[in-house]
Design a protein around this ligand. Structure first.
Ligand code: M6R
Length: 369
């Protein structure tokens, strides 16, 4: 039931705030993270692991990439993210101190399932982050943390993505608590930031109308590029994937720092480039670097659509359009910045008269290798 929305995708985007909120419920106690379902992996095991390997496909893999940045920072454990279909065929090095975290909305993706089985056979510990109760992947894993996004019907994954990042963040904070790399006050601060996301997301949804107008004038576009840095990089990849699968437009996401190593040659007058701008308060000063990337591509005639924090005036002289997101510390920006890109993919497909919920050649869950 679309509940009055024009498509399941529109309904599911509107549920992104709720997907985050519901994934947090029941997992915070006295301001700290306590995920009851992690009991299959007790505290000793969590202290003992020396590496995390995330396996997933498509959008779920991008959620894994965002999670990598956070888990490494908070729990000081090395994290690799790998596409499930590449993982199994190269004899990856796994030990009983490796924790393999699979991420899957459906819990039935064959590539991911086979990778999880392989990891178990090799003696690794396995944790599943999954949106579908009782699906095969969680049943094949030592522990499962469900994302509570609710059923996702549209082929393009949206609310599951923000819920997956939320689950990875909860796991990362708990890992940091258990391993002593996050003290209580820092952990509590991160929990508060995460809990503030749903309200902020609700305000991002209000930019939907403007994005629809933009999508209308872009309906004939042949190619769109997306740039981001740090946790904004996987968001750029996610924005590009949505345009490919929904609007059949050639789209690519790049880490903004990679521009000068090749992709800047693609920029010609009229090229549309979405740029996810880090907060001006970013401790790594990535904001200034990304603003200078914008200047470089603008000087070559690109049309720049910046997704930038409220009040960030530095982007104004250089961008053709600015979509605003509420203030949040760097790790929480991807949860906010991705929503305009989800809306954009949907609206561009709609502007081209395409079936938003069921793009050609795709299935909601890919149960063959
Ligand atoms: O069910 P899963 O999360 O395992 O699915 C993984 C991908 O097939 C999925 O995210 C796909 O990339 C989506 N169509 C992207 O919107």
């Amino acid at each position: 039931d679309k509940g009055g929305w024009s498509s399941f995708m529109a309904k599911e985007i509107s549920e992104e705030p709720e997907a985050v909120a519901k994934t947090i419920i029941g997992r915070v106690e006295d301001g700290l993270v306590r995920i009851p379902e992690l009991e299959g992996l007790d505290a000793d095991t969590l202290r003992d692991i020396d590496r995390v390997v995330v396996i997933a496909c498509g959008t779920a893999a991008y959620a894994g990439m965002v999670g990598k940045y956070a888990i490494e920072q908070w729990a000081r454990v090395p994290v690799d993210v790998e596409l499930a279909h590449e993982f199994r065929y190269r004899e990856p090095v796994l030990t009983e101190r490796t924790l393999v975290v699979s991420i899957s909305q459906s819990g039935e993706t064959m590539d991911t399932l086979m990778a999880v089985k392989y990891a178990r056979e090799q003696g690794a510990r396995t944790l599943s982050i999954c949106n579908t109760q009782g699906a095969t992947i969680p049943r094949e894993s030592d522990a499962v943390v469900y994302t509570h996004a609710g059923p996702e019907v549209a082929v393009a994954s949206t609310k599951a993505f923000v819920a997956q990042i939320t689950a990875m963040y909860l796991f990362g904070i708990q890992l940091g608590q258990v391993r002593g790399t996050l003290d209580d006050s820092r952990a509590r601060g991160l929990v508060r930031e995460l809990q503030a996301v749903p309200d902020k997301l609700a305000s991002v949804l209000a930019s939907g109308e403007r994005i629809r107008e933009m999508a209308k004038w872009m309906a004939d576009t042949q190619s769109v590029l997306f740039l981001g840095r740090h946790v904004g990089y996987p968001v750029a990849l996610e924005g590009a994937l949505k345009l490919k699968e929904l609007a059949y437009i050639h789209a690519e996401g790049f880490a903004a720092g990679e521009l000068k190593h090749g992709p800047i040659a693609l920029i010609e007058p009229g090229q549309i480039v979405f740029v996810i701008v880090p907060s001006p308060r970013d401790p790594n000063s990535l904001h200034a670097k990304v603003v200078s990337n914008i200047q470089e591509i603008r000087a070559r005639g690109a049309r720049v659509i910046a997704i930038a924090e409220q009040g960030d005036a530095a982007v104004l002289p250089h961008a053709d359009e600015v979509i605003r997101i509420p203030l949040a510390s760097p790790f929480f920006e991807p949860l906010l910045a991705v929503v305009p890109l989800h809306i954009f993919g949907m609206e561009l497909a709609a502007a081209k008269g395409l079936d938003v919920d069921q793009p050609r050649n795709l299935a909601k869950s890919v149960t063959v290798e």
